[in-house]
Design a binder for this molecule. Structure first.
Ligand SMILES: [Zn+2]
Length: 205
């Protein structure tokens, strides 16, 4: 196994990298209970990007689940497999709840949260480095985020259950631009109310 990069992403910070087809990205929740928001784009044509809708519709068609874990294939808006989850110590990752934003914080938690940092701002910062803008924000994955969906369809953000050092591994099936927001949210329990650093290792065999 050849390590391409090994990065400590500080609490609340964004990150991006290009994964070549066949390369593996390991995201490590160093301290536990840290939500890691992620977006994926075809690195050579960013109009093709991750689609939560296509991914979950394909899983549902196979009688599958509404969250992601080992064996899940992450599909693009063109129905092609972008990445596969090949290892997972957590057991589930949300792709329904979206990313936190100043606007959503204001609605959920009160106007005084309007100026708190959010995943949407991290994504817009990182998108700009790759020639994109907020028009290119689409549905995302929330690694390590615990979002149970009740039988009546109600969705809640519960305490994270990932343990210190827990990780998820994805193998790129095409060249993929990965954007990450190490979630800064402190108004709900998705980060245990204390955002912490994560580690991202990219490797190839
Ligand atoms: Zn967030």
């Amino acid at each position: 196994m050849n390590i391409i990069s090994d990065t400590l992403v500080p609490a609340r910070a964004p990150y991006s990298a290009v994964l070549k087809a066949g390369q593996i990205m390991r995201i490590i929740d160093l301290k536990s209970q840290q939500a890691v928001d992620a977006l994926f784009y075809n690195a050579t044509d960013t109009t093709e990007r991750y689609s939560a809708q296509d991914t979950l519709a394909a899983q549902a068609a196979k009688g599958g689940r509404y969250d992601l874990t080992t064996g899940s294939a992450l599909l693009s808006n063109e129905g092609r497999i972008m990445l596969k989850i090949i290892a997972d110590t957590c057991g589930f990752h949300d792709t329904c709840a979206g990313a936190c934003s100043c606007e959503a914080n204001t609605v959920r938690f009160g106007h005084e949260t309007r100026f708190m940092h959010s995943c949407r701002e991290n994504f817009i910062t990182e998108l700009a480095k790759h020639g994109m803008s907020k028009r290119d924000l689409v549905s995302n994955v929330n690694f390590f985020m615990n979002v149970p969906i009740r039988p009546d369809g109600e969705l809640t953000v519960d305490d994270g259950v990932s343990a210190p050092g827990g990780y998820v591994e994805l193998r790129a099936e095409m060249d993929v631009l990965v954007l990450i927001s190490n979630c800064p949210q402190v108004n709900n329990p998705c980060n245990g109310f204390t955002p912490t650093p994560i580690q991202i290792i990219i490797s190839e065999s």
